[in-house]
Design a protein around this ligand. Structure first.
Ligand code: SAM
Length: 283
């Protein structure tokens, strides 16, 4: 991987995306995964893990705003948040825009956090230094199985189900997430791009259905997660969270004083309207 060359993503068997590399800022293997950070004229700094795009300066706001603000504003009284994965800090930064008391982030690879602080400060901003942040370097699956803490919202900002992220798509892990949710809490998960990773959505949704009263998903269009809508999985025992009227979400959004570039109350409601091919994957 060199300046002037192209990064070619290695995730889908029969389709790929390519991004031009104008500068390689970092490239190394940790014990767990291969990490590369490079510069691209369209997307700014790009972080890849095991040759899969994780985050870019240009479009990170879309995924992170939708993963944080949809469940937090739907819930309406969030105090304690758990993030599993999310080493770049972008999701943590969005969560901390709310008056939460504690945001615990359980990330398996300290290398990702250290590199994000050094090379992606425009994404994590000061999130890791916020006194409400509790950073735990551990396997998320083990954490949710063992912790005594309870959370209003649990957000799974994981890699794809390959390598260390594989366990974060399994039924035992989702049962652990349910175990550490407060009654009526909400679980949101990264569930891949439905058109090319449909089996991920189907499998997670079936686990949700077995464990929660309201299994669902919502859609977000992230430019660097190409091939159509990304699915964010949703699971809760409180069905009302997913059916809040627009007027309530508008009130909560205004009260939160958020300055967002993708998320707004209309998108919040509309994101749960799924195309038929995605609904068919949830059976
Ligand atoms: N938004 C991204 C995406 O979908 O491409 C995910 C970004 S975030 C960098 C994913 C993080 O999950 C990585 O930092 C990785 O180290 C972490 N991770 C993978 N498996 C994990 C596990 N079992 N426990 C905790 N964190 C894990």
């Amino acid at each position: 991987m060199t300046a002037g060359g192209w990064f070619e993503e290695a995730i889908h068997a029969h389709a790929t995306q390519k991004l031009e590399i104008t500068q390689v800022l970092y490239s190394s293997d940790t014990d767990l995964q291969k990490i590369v950070i490079f510069e691209n004229p369209t997307f700014g700094r790009v972080m890849t893990l095991d040759d899969v795009v994780q985050v870019t300066e240009g479009d990170e706001f879309i995924y992170h705003e939708m993963m944080a603000h949809v469940p937090i504003l739907a819930h309406g009284a969030v105090r304690d948040v758990l993030i599993v994965g999310g080493g770049d800090g972008g999701l943590l930064e969005e969560v901390l825009k709310h008056p939460v008391e504690r945001a615990t982030m359980v990330e398996i690879d300290r290398g990702v956090v250290d590199l994000a602080r050094e090379y992606l400060p425009s994404i994590c901003k000061g999130a890791f230094d916020d006194p409400r942040t509790d950073l735990v370097i551990a396997d998320g699956a083990r954490f949710v199985a063992e912790t005594e803490a309870r959370y209003d919202v649990v957000l799974i900002d994981s890699t794809d189900p390959i390598g260390p992220g594989e366990v974060l798509f399994q039924r035992d892990f989702y049962a652990g997430c349910k175990r550490c949710l407060k009654p009526g809490g909400i679980l949101v998960t990264q569930n891949g791009v439905a058109f090319v990773q449909g089996e991920e959505l189907t499998s997670s949704w079936r686990h949700f259905r077995a464990l929660f009263a309201d299994p669902a998903a919502y859609a977000v269009a992230v430019p660097t997660y190409i091939w159509g809508f990304m699915a964010l999985g949703w699971a809760s025992d409180e069905p009302d969270h997913r059916r809040r009227p627009l007027s309530i979400i508008e009130e909560r959004y205004a009260a939160a004083g958020l300055d967002t570039r993708y998320y707004n109350p209309d998108i919040h409601i509309g994101a749960f309207a799924l195309p038929t091919y995605m609904k068919e994957l949830m059976q």
